[in-house]
Design a protein around this ligand. Structure first.
Ligand SMILES: *Cc1c(COP(=O)(O)O)cnc(C)c1O
Length: 397
């Protein structure tokens, strides 16, 4: 008996490490064990490996290598950017602007700062999940010290008008941070032309290792350290470097940003085949997020009259890995804050499914999902008292 086929459609939660990235990390672990902070030759080799990776990350976002700092991932980068800028500018003001649909690494950090005496404006979004630049401009006060708006949303895939938001921040001389964890590799990023002062990245979202990320800090930005200790990362982030992961991140970001157009066309074609198939085969379904301004790999869809978590269990039974929203909130009964922010009623938000495609998915994967998902949805609807009511109402019309 062969092993059950797994169809992985949760690339927004994490991606598998590419074999060539794993090879690079493996050979790095086998050759570079010297502590990069020491002075002998094998230490220099470790240091050189880190600097090569730093240059690769810098190139991918249009920064200088000296503006890239390695961290333990997206969450640390978001924490550092927000707490670091907030505390460094405390004397100037205490007002932070972010959005209602940020990742929890941003939202919970802002909520923590509210307890520390900062005030936070959470900008609303329209029903596509888009922020209106005019809302940002109106929210700015003379106490505003930081604006943090994500580049692309991890649940609904909506891509924000980052360059426009950055230009507003620049005009008012306020540091602008963007969480680009989902965006890198999907949209061309250039921190100079897009007026970005701080940008968060995470390697495991682009086929690199988990537990490794980076924060871009534009030269001259006032920011406190988050991790105190030794003098690593140009005295900005203490702790002996995770050399193999950093080298893997550099390799992975090079691959992820090498040919964005070609890559997007491939993924988008597959995504649209899946999306159109679902909309065709399943009644009472609606796409969440913007139809065009969205990540090419993302589908987020609500099915009325059913519950997302039970859908996931049935799909898992068929070897299909999907998600209801963000991996971080699964298991909780609260519906996604992102789906509520775009105006979905609670019960509809509960019946939502996120499918995020990746490099290894095939047409056969998509066709299998199109065979299984309609059956799962009808089976669950057959058990739902809400759906029975709906059918009766229709009959009565
Ligand atoms: C995954 C993710 C994070 C957290 O990154 P980690 O490396 O897992 O800590 C932050 N922001 C967004 C938008 C994400 O998708």
């Amino acid at each position: 008996m062969g092993e059950k086929r797994i169809i992985y459609l949760d690339h927004a939660a994490t991606t598998p490490v590419k074999p060539s990235v794993a090879d690079t990390m493996w050979s790095c672990m086998n050759t570079h064990f010297g502590n990069p902070s020491s002075i002998y030759r094998i230490a220099r080799e470790s240091r050189n490996a880190i600097e090569t990776s730093r240059a690769q990350v810098a190139k991918a976002v249009g920064a200088e290598p000296g503006e890239i700092f390695f961290t333990s991932g997206g969450s640390e980068s978001d924490n550092w950017a927000i707490k670091g800028v907030a505390f460094a500018n405390r004397k100037k003001g205490n007002h932070i602007i972010t959005s209602a649909i940020e990742h929890h690494a941003v939202l919970h950090t802002c909520q923590y700062l509210e307890k520390e005496g900062f005030t936070v404006t959470y900008l609303p979004v329209d029903h596509y999940g888009l922020i209106d630049p005019a809302d940002l401009e109106r929210a700015i006060t003379d106490k505003t010290i930081l604006i943090s708006i994500m580049y692309a949303n991890n649940e609904i895939g909506t891509i924000e008008p980052v360059a426009e938001l950055g230009a507003i921040a620049r005009k008012h001389k306020i540091p602008f941070h963007t969480d680009a964890v989902q965006a890198i590799g999907n949209v061309p990023i250039d921190v100079r032309t897009q007026n970005i002062d701080l940008l968060s990245l995470s390697a495991h979202k682009f086929y690199g290792p988990k537990g490794c990320g980076a924060l871009y800090i534009r030269k001259g930005t006032r920011i406190d350290n988050l991790i105190h200790g030794g003098g690593q990362e140009n005295r900005r982030r203490a702790g002996t470097e995770n050399i193999a992961a950093i080298v893997g991140m550099g390799k992975a970001i090079g691959l992820a940003t090498a040919d964005i157009e070609w890559h997007n066309t491939q993924i988008r074609t597959l995504r649209d085949r899946l999306l159109n198939g679902i909309l065709e085969k399943i009644p009472h379904a609606r796409l969440n997020g913007h139809p065009e301004k969205r990540l090419p790999s993302n589908i987020n869809i609500s099915f009325e009259f059913i519950e997302g978590e039970s859908m996931l269990l049935w799909l898992d039974d068929e070897g299909i890995c999907a998600s209801t929203g963000s991996a971080c909130t699964s298991g909780s009964l609260e519906p996604s804050h992102v789906l509520l922010a775009i105006g979905l009623p609670h019960e509809v938000a509960h019946g939502s499914l996120r499918l995020t495609l990746g490099d290894a998915n095939t047409e056969a994967d998509v066709d299998f999902v199109l065979e299984v998902l309609p059956k799962v949805v009808s089976r669950l609807r057959a058990m739902s008292p809400l759906y029975k009511g709906e059918k009766e109402e229709k009959r009565n019309v």
